[in-house]
Design a protein around this ligand. Structure first.
Ligand code: PEP
Ligand code: MN
Length: 448
């Protein structure tokens, strides 16, 4: 049960309620907010407090809560909460929050280059570890307060609010000075002293799920922070430990809709630690957005293989750019309540002119592709349906020619990708024609 005190209830009224709760063998947990105080009643059969508290001076309302996490529960807090980090909102109605940056802050150059890049790509919060919880005591432990200062410098330059992991309750004060959001790492989710300490701060908290913690244990950890007086908690699914060894962790995407049912707090997804491998981060970031996460946490490094921690999972600048492109393509970055996030400003004449030339080229490319496919099909028809028509040496020569040119904007590899696609599509058209209308099963006019 939760006792909601009237705004302006005084100390004596609050203490009288607490005493009445104790008298029936239950424990009161007062949460002093800016506006009002609420008192969570904890213990077996907490409804026993109702008759002794009802009607006491200063009591406004008594709320029955069946869950052990009273303040985090959605039972009485049916509207989902929006948490503000600097100028960024996380939660319903706000655009997907993208927290990006290196696993560890390594140097000024590394951090600033990454901060500039992730901002350019559309990230909204900069992350970076200054104190690192490492499995080995001999591994890099972080730059400490120097790292926090570098993060603050990056915020100064980019305007991005910053989030960084805190490991020691004694450091809350110094973190409060430098960061906009305190991260509690997976390994510290059940460090109750630390949870209480960040609960006494007003800085928003990013609470990561423990490696082997249930969803309800995560919510109880959030309850520690909320009950200590800090209402600004964002939860993070970052993968759990299962029997599976193909990935570093198993990203539990079930947790997102389950958490949205059980709590009003915002929930974000960390596909970097959730998978542990660079190529898996993009698909799982998209999946996280698709199941309704309020944000994502993605590790980005200028040279991932050289990173001092989590080298296998950090995204290169280009890879991070691709994730952001995909999030935009699927419209996950758009503010859901706005009809369109498209900026109203019209592009300058020069951009219009260049774009119209690109449109012309696209049209010519489409015509050329059609013409090329018709010729390839004619070759197949001359060979007859019995001949598979695959001339590997011609195909190799073609890719060779196409990729030989150097010094342009496209790399050899990128040109190769385009021509590989052309060859495959041509072969598909040839095969469809050879199969004839009766057996053709592909889409397009040949199969109609
Ligand atoms: C991190 O975010 O860099 C980190 C250490 O994450 P986790 O606590 O989820 O392992
Ligand atoms: Mn990491």
């Amino acid at each position: 049960m939760i006792v909601v005190m009237r705004t302006g209830a005084d100390r004596a009224e609050i203490e009288a309620v607490e005493a009445a709760i104790r008298e029936v063998g239950l424990e009161p947990y007062p949460v002093v907010g800016k506006e009002r105080t609420v008192i969570a009643v904890v213990g077996k059969d907490d409804e026993r407090a109702r008759p002794v508290v009802a009607g006491l001076p200063g009591v406004e309302d008594l709320l029955a809560v069946s869950k052990p996490y009273k303040l985090a529960s959605r039972e009485h807090h049916t509207d989902r909460t929006v948490v503000r980090v600097g100028s960024v909102e996380i939660g319903p109605g706000a655009p997907l929050a993208v927290m990006a940056g290196p696993c560890s802050v390594e140097s000024r150059e590394q951090l600033l280059a990454t901060a500039r890049w992730v901002k350019r790509e559309g990230a909204t919060i900069l992350r970076g570890g200054a104190y690192k919880p490492r499995t080995s005591p001999y591994a890099f432990q972080g730059l400490g307060v120097e790292g926090l200062k570098l993060l603050a410098e990056a915020r100064e330059e980019t305007g991005l609010p910053i989030v960084s992991e805190i490991m020691d309750p004694a450091e809350v004060e110094v973190f409060d000075r430098y960061v906009d959001m305190l991260q509690i790492g997976a390994r510290n989710m059940a460090n109750f002293t630390l949870l209480r300490a960040v609960g006494q701060s007003r800085t928003p908290v990013l609470l990561k799920r423990g490696l082997s913690s249930t969803i309800d244990e995560l919510l109880m950890a959030a309850e520690y922070i909320l009950s200590a007086g800090n209402p600004n908690v964002v939860l993070c699914e970052r993968g759990i430990r299962t029997f599976e060894t193909a990935t570093r962790n198993t990203l539990d995407l079930n947790a997102i809709p389950v958490l949205h049912q059980r709590t009003h707090l915002p929930v974000i997804v960390d596909p970097s630690h959730g998978t542990g491998y660079r190529p898996l981060v993009r698909p799982m970031a998209l999946a996280g957005a698709a199941v309704g996460a309020d944000g994502l946490l993605i590790e980005v490094h200028p040279e991932p293989p050289k990173a001092w921690s989590d080298a296998e999972q950090q995204q290169s600048f280009a890879e991070f750019g691709e994730i952001m492109d995909d999030l935009r393509r699927f419209e996950y970055l758009r503010q859901p309540t706005l009809p369109s996030a498209r900026p109203a400003n019209v592009p300058p004449a020069e951009i219009e002119r260049l774009r119209s030339r690109i449109d012309d080229i696209d049209q010519r490319l489409a015509d050329l592709l059609e013409e090329r496919a018709e010729l390839a099909v004619a070759v197949q028809q001359s060979k007859g349906a019995e001949d598979h028509g695959h001339d590997v040496s011609r195909e190799r020569a073609l890719i060779d020619r196409a990729t030989r040119a150097e010094g342009g904007v496209l790399t050899t590899d990128e040109r190769g990708q385009v021509f590989q696609a052309i060859v495959r599509v041509s072969r598909a058209a040839q095969r469809r024609v050879a199969a004839g209308p009766a057996t053709a099963s592909g889409s397009g006019k040949a199969g109609a």
